[in-house]
Design a protein around this ligand. Structure first.
Ligand code: GLN
Length: 500
């Protein structure tokens, strides 16, 4: 199949359709990969979604995929071009975590999640930009410059919008069709919020479902690897490959991985769907409340029963998150001392080397988190802050456990607003932290959740609805998410994209 118009349309395919097209030999993995690399070459200078593009490697992988396909040797993702958040260590490929301190770091090993994707035949086109060490909601904290959201406001089309964060490069790349899917991590919302801002699907599975081994640690008890794609089915296919027990991560769950793609077709008839009343917060964009009601009506029409639910400790989730996450981060980031990994600034003695390296290597937001974290863990304040936050966390988990005794899943907005512009929300870190108001609780509780694009605001920007489920019941989360997706029929396209 030759000709640039055909090559460009390959970037519009879903993963499911591309898999079928590859197996039927309608096009080759090389053609599919070249189409995505061409899109990256054209649009990445505008979007800055990738820190590293691995074009040669991708083509080598594509040729291997074509050889396998020609033998009829299919794995679930054979020949599918994906992007990998630059928090996942990739053997022989620079992994920066969006930080200057790791800018020279080339890992000698592959993360379990990315290794699982490679095992299943995926092709990696590159490593995506992100907030430094995954700390942020806008991608403005990356040492490699901000990522641009491919969507534009109808009014004020010149405004450059953020893709959300911290997995903003992955979300922007998938939305603009530079990759068919991507990996992300969600510690306080970093998969679901950028998915909502960029009009795509993002899934955070249960804590322990995807191994954290080889993922640069932010807050170990909160870090959840998960997939991005443009449909729920594609996310389900990706999660099926990414998930699974890993003896190298002691918190990895040794539980069977269901057929998530099949679950997308299950429907919601007879399900009980909870509406958490505490998620109705002041300052939420009006259209989001309307879309939420619309989403509930769609599910009712599809045969679900809608039930009012209370998660009484919701208002304490954000304060607890912004104690626990920085505490764990301050401890995890102690390893960047200029001796073992990445950047080294020489000093007059060892202590001076540490100080110079860390001062030169970490950006402002990371330093803020380290300061908060060391403060709340310090001997005099540990009980007052860290221990209390852990108790609040237990109460938040209990809220979910009580709710799930009554309902199969919860439905709520993903974020309190549509994508904002670069520069907005930047003066006050606390304002930025409010982005996590609907996503943080599911991270603290470790329960699975998906964001599905469900509509547009008055300015033509995508808005997401979130489905939260029981621990290890990703299948139900996919079933409800897919039902919302079918009812919403979301087919709006970002202005910046391959083929446009
Ligand atoms: N916005 C949150 C933070 O800055 C969440 C980030 C994340 O999920 N990695 O901590």
């Amino acid at each position: 199949m030759a000709g640039s118009s055909t090559a460009i349309s390959l970037t519009d395919l879903t993963i499911a359709a591309a898999r079928d097209g590859l197996r039927a030999r309608h096009f080759t993995a090389r053609e599919l990969t070249e189409a995505h690399l061409a899109a990256i070459a054209r649009l990445n200078p505008r979007l800055n979604a990738f820190i590293t593009v691995t074009g040669d490697r991708a083509l080598t992988q594509a040729d291997a995929a074509d050889t396998a396909l020609s033998r009829g040797d299919f794995a679930p993702l054979t020949g599918i071009p994906l992007a990998i958040k630059d928090l996942f260590c990739t053997e022989g490929v620079r992994t920066t975590a969006g930080s200057h301190i790791l800018s020279p770091f080339v890992p000698p090993y592959e993360s379990t999640v990315s290794a699982n994707l490679l095992r299943d035949g995926a092709i990696f086109v590159g490593k995506t930009n992100m907030d430094e060490f995954a700390m942020g909601s806008s991608n403005m904290t990356s040492a490699f410059g901000p990522v641009v959201n491919p969507w534009k406001r109808r009014q004020d089309a010149d405004a450059v919008l953020v893709p959300g964060g911290s997995s903003g490069g992955s979300a922007s790349a998938v939305s603009a069709r530079l990759a068919m899917g991507a990996t992300g991590t969600d510690t306080g919302g970093s998969i679901r919020q950028p998915a909502a801002f960029c009009g795509i699907v993002g899934m955070k599975p249960t804590y322990g479902r995807c191994s954290r081994w080889g993922v640069v640690a932010f807050a170990s008890s909160l870090d959840h690897p998960g997939p991005f794609a443009r449909t729920t089915e594609d996310c389900a296919i990706l999660l099926g490959s990414m998930a699974g027990h890993d003896p190298k991560d002691s918190t990895s769950a040794d539980l069977p991985v269901a057929d998530y793609a099949a679950a997308c077709g299950r429907g919601v008839k007879g399900m009980r769907i909870g509406v958490p009343r505490e998620y109705r917060v002041d300052g939420m964009q009006g259209e989001i409340e309307t879309l939420w009601q619309q989403g509930l009506a769609w599910l009712r029409d599809a045969g679900a029963e809608i039930v009012d639910i209370s998660l009484p400790h919701t208002k304490y989730a954000l304060p607890a998150y912004y104690i626990v996450a920085p505490a764990e981060a301050s401890s995890n980031l102690a390893r960047y001392d200029g001796v073992r990994f990445g950047l080294r600034e020489n000093g007059t003695d060892l202590r001076d080397l540490y100080e110079r390296t860390r001062a030169a290597g970490f950006g402002a937001e990371v330093r803020r988190r380290i300061l908060i974290g060391t403060y709340v863990l310090s001997a005099g304040y540990y009980d007052a802050y860290y221990l209390r936050a852990q108790k609040v966390r237990a109460l938040i988990l209990r809220d979910f456990t009580d709710a799930f005794a009554q309902v199969d899943a919860l439905v709520a907005p993903t974020a309190p607003s549509a994508a904002f512009a670069q520069g907005e929300n930047m003066d006050d870190p606390v304002q930025m932290y409010l982005n996590d108001v609907f996503t943080g609780p599911a991270d603290l509780a470790g329960v699975p959740a998906i964001s599905v694009p469900a509509g547009l605001d008055a300015n033509g920007l995508p808005l997401g609805l979130q489905v939260i489920g029981k621990p290890f019941d990703e299948a139900t989360v996919f079933a409800v998410g897919a039902a919302l997706e079918r009812a919403a029929g979301f087919d709006a396209l970002p202005q910046i994209r391959a083929g446009a």
